[in-house]
Design a protein around this ligand. Structure first.
Ligand code: G3H
Ligand code: 13P
Ligand code: ZN
Length: 305
C-alpha cells in the first residue's frame, strides 16, 4: 500500500532498523525495488529526483503509485532533493507521499525558513517532509575537528533546526557523499557524530550517499567491458552501526545504476547479436533485485512489514 514517509520511518527509528530509499527512473527499477520489498516483507521508499521527474514525469510517478497501491508492504513515493517550494508542491500535486526540501546550501536561517514553508504546506495535505542540514562530502579520518565541523552536521544546530521547522526527518552530513567514488578504500563515517545527534533527537535521521559500490559488481562491470576508476562505497558495517543510532532512511541510487549497467553489459558482451529489449533489461532488473535484497538485509528491514 502507498503510505507516507513518516508511516514507514517512525517505526524504523523506534525499532533501530533502516529502510532503503531507492531512486527510480523507469519501470524495471521500480519493479526491482517494490517486488524485492514484497518478497522480503520489507517496507520501502521509492524516490524520484527532479531529474527523474523531468525524464519520466507523471507516467513514471503513476507506475510507482500503481505498484505501491497493489503492493502487500508499505511503500512511500518520495521527492529526492527537491530544490524549491514550487518543486515540493509540484511533487505533492503529482501524488508523492513524501517530499524533500534541500536548502542545505543556504545559510542556517534561510535553510530553516525555506524548510518551514514547505513543512507548513505539506503537512496541510498530510504529506511528510525531509530536509537537510550540513554539507555532504567525503572526509578523511584524521582531518582536524575544526575542518569536520565546517561542513558536517552540528548536533546542537540539528536540535534547533528540528524544533523550529517541524521537519519529519532530517538528512545529516556524516562523511557520506553521492556517486561511485566516495574515497580511497573504506570511506570514513563519523559514527560518534551520528550517535550524538541520535541521542539528542528523536525523529528519523537520513543518510544520503549510502551506496555500497560492491566489489563484485565493480569486477563484473569491468569484466563486461566497463571502464570505472577507483570506485568506493559505504561499508555495510557502517550502515548497520548507523541504524542503531538513529539513521532510519538510507538513500541508494548509484548501486542500482551500476547493477543495471552490469546486467545490460553482460548480455550484450556475451551475445552481440541480441536485440530483444526484454532479454537486455530483464537481466538488469535481476541484478538490481539482488543488490536491493542485500541492502535490505544489511539495514535490517527484512520481515518488518
Ligand atoms: O542524489 C542524487 C541522486 O543520485 C539522483 O540523481 O539527480 O541524477 O537523478 P539525479
Ligand atoms: P548514492 O550516490 O550513494 O547512491 O546516494 C544516492 C542519494 O543520496 C540520493 O539522494
Ligand atoms: Zn542524496
Amino acid at each position: 500500500m502507498l503510505v507516507t514517509g513518516s508511516a514507514i520511518l517512525v517505526p524504523a527509528r523506534a525499532g533501530k532498523y533502516g529502510v532503503g530509499a531507492f531512486n527510480t527512473n523507469n519501470m524495471e527499477i521500480t519493479q526491482a525495488i517494490i517486488h524485492t520489498a514484497e518478497k522480503l516483507r520489507s517496507p520501502v521508499i521509492v524516490q524520484m529526483s527532479e531529474g527523474a521527474i523531468k525524464y519520466g514525469g507523471q507516467d513514471l510517478a503513476n507506475i510507482v503509485k500503481d505498484l505501491a497501491n497493489r503492493a502487500s508492504v508499505p511503500v512511500a513515493l518520495h521527492l529526492d532533493h527537491g530544490s524549491s517550494y514550487a518543486s515540493a508542491l509540484n511533487a505533492i500535486r503529482m501524488g508523492f507521499t513524501s517530499v524533500m526540501i534541500d536548502a542545505s546550501h543556504h545559510n542556517f536561517e534561510d535553510n530553516m525558513a525555506e524548510t518551514r514553508r514547505v513543512v507548513e504546506a505539506a503537512h496541510a495535505m498530510g504529506i511528510s517532509v525531509e530536509s537537510e542540514l550540513g554539507r555532504l562530502g567525503g572526509i578523511e579520518e584524521n582531518i582536524i575537528v575544526d575542518e569536520k565541523d565546517a561542513f558536517l552536521t552540528d548536533p546542537e544546530e540539528a536540535v534547533q533546526f528540528i524544533e523550529q521547522t517541524g521537519t519529519d526527518y532530517l538528512a545529516i552530513a556524516i562523511g557520506t557523499s553521492h556517486g561511485a567514488f566516495k574515497g580511497k578504500g573504506r570511506p570514513y563515517i563519523d559514527q560518534a557524530r551520528i550517535a550524538k545527534i541520535g541521542e539528542m533527537t528523536s525523529i528519523p535521521l537520513v543518510a544520503h550517499g549510502s551506496s555500497g559500490v560492491p566489489a563484485d559488481i565493480i569486477a563484473r562491470f569491468r569484466a563486461a567491458g566497463g571502464d570505472i576508476g577507483e570506485a568506493a562505497g559505504i561499508d555495510d558495517d557502517d550502515l548497520r552501526q548507523a541504524c542503531q543510532h538513529g539513521i532510519a532512511k538510507v538513500n541508494v541510487d548509484t548501486d542500482l545504476r551500476l547493477a543495471s549497467t552490469v546486467g545490460i553489459r553482460e548480455v550484450l558482451h556475451a551475445n552481440p547479436k541480441e536485440f530483444d529489449p526484454r532479454k537486455i533489461f530483464g537481466p538488469a532488473r535481476e541484478v538490481m533485485s539482488q543488490v536491493i535484497e542485500h541492502k535490505m538485509r544489511v539495514l535490517g528491514s527484512v520481515g518488518k512489514a
